[in-house]
Design a protein around this ligand. Structure first.
Ligand SMILES: CC(C)(COP(=O)(O)OP(=O)(O)OC[C@H]1O[C@@H](n2cnc3c(N)ncnc32)[C@H](O)[C@@H]1OP(=O)(O)O)[C@@H](O)C(=O)NCCC(=O)NCCS
Length: 145
């Protein structure tokens, strides 16, 4: 993952975000593995994507659950993009933590102009809302499931 996340092409819409060092990534994953925030208000689910054929790491999907709302984020390494991996992975995550009938709302914060990410959001049934977060990212949201 440290090699995959070193690729600055992934940060086109996040150029103020540094690529993590190995130590930083270890620390991040240790923190994420706790599975919840210290006050218990959020639960954290993090998956590394691996190719079935080779076992190579291809990206990640991250889900932050607060009450009945799930925030999703996704990254697929440049050399693995355009094969439907983000769509496949995020659909699997939605099935796992926001199955139809659960009443859970799924949302994603997407920078204006991030067409690839907008396409993923559309593919998994999220629609653009008029809500904008503090970073200027637009919220895409599902109807309550
Ligand atoms: C966004 C991202 C995860 C998409 O990953 P991916 O595995 O290539 O996505 P998919 O192959 O599942 O493609 C989903 C859709 O996006 C479209 N798409 C992919 N790259 C695109 C691009 N550069 N421009 C426009 N559409 C694009 C695909 O054609 C597909 O649409 P379709 O199903 O109608 O054909 C990947 O580009 C990425 O990691 N980007 C950098 C990090 C990032 O911006 N993350 C998002 C934070 S919200």
């Amino acid at each position: 993952m440290v090699d995959l996340l070193a690729d600055r092409a992934l940060y086109r819409f996040y150029d103020d975000e540094a690529s993590p060092s190995l130590d930083e990534l270890r620390e991040r994953y240790a923190r994420q593995s706790a599975g919840s925030s210290a006050d218990g208000s959020e639960t954290w689910h993090n998956w590394i994507l691996r190719l079935l054929a080779t076992g190579s790491v291809a990206g990640f999907v991250q889900a932050t659950v607060a009450g009945d709302v799930v925030d999703l984020a996704w990254v697929v390494g440049t050399s693995y993009q355009g094969q439907g991996l983000a769509t496949e992975a995020t659909l699997a995550v939605c099935d796992a933590i926001a199955p139809a009938g659960s009443g859970v709302v799924v949302q994603a914060h997407i920078a204006p102009g991030n067409a690839a990410s907008e396409a993923v959001a559309g593919r998994i049934g999220l629609a653009l809302t008029s809500d904008v977060d503090a970073d200027g990212e637009r919220l895409w949201r599902s109807p309550a499931g």
